[in-house]
Design a protein around this ligand. Structure first.
Ligand code: SME
Length: 164
């Protein structure tokens, strides 16, 4: 099983997400700055789930239409820019749909920032008006680390942090 529970954490992945969501919202209380919110989400999720190898945001570039540019993240060096429609992140941005990829080597056009990444989930991030502002990307070094529980929990968290 991909999810590795820590001794002080619930064994259940959904319960761990609920717990860390509460912690993130408590830390962000009263902080409107979007960069600070993204940095906090990345840091706290990466710390909560040992399987998260790369955890962070590609934001919609206001200065270059149709491109994502790297935002706050935790992990090894990420590539700087991704065009809409390219790779897993660009597909999520273009289609406005969460992407779960069990094996990135089988994903056409996957962008390999770090060859150790094997599976990935990418969730679109919207603001309160419903506009796409970023995608949230998590990579793991093992196959099929992400499932519908991750998708539901991350979509909910992004909604509560960026669209509330
Ligand atoms: N693999 C991603 C690129 C971003 S990195 O993994 C950090 C993709 O194909 O969109």
């Amino acid at each position: 099983m991909a999810y590795a529970a820590r001794d002080d954490c619930p064994a259940d992945k959904a319960a761990r997400y609920a717990e860390v969501e509460d912690e993130i919202l408590a830390v962000l209380e009263g902080e409107p700055n979007r960069t600070a919110r993204m940095a906090t989400v990345s840091a706290m999720l990466a710390d909560a789930f040992p399987v998260f190898f790369w955890t962070g945001f590609y934001v919609v570039d206001p200065d270059k239409a149709g491109e994502l540019v790297v935002g706050p993240y935790q992990g090894t060096l990420g590539c700087l820019r991704i065009a809409f429609g390219r790779g897993v992140c660009g597909t999520a941005a273009r289609d406005l749909e969460t992407q779960i990829v069990e094996d990135v080597h089988a994903f056409p056009g996957h962008i390999a920032c770090d060859s150790r990444s094997v599976s990935e989930i990418v969730v679109p991030v919207r603001d309160a008006a419903g506009q796409l502002i970023a995608v949230f990307d998590v990579d793991a070094t093992e196959k099929a680390a992400f499932d519908a529980i991750d998708a539901m929990a991350l979509e909910r968290l992004m909604g509560r942090v960026f669209a509330a």
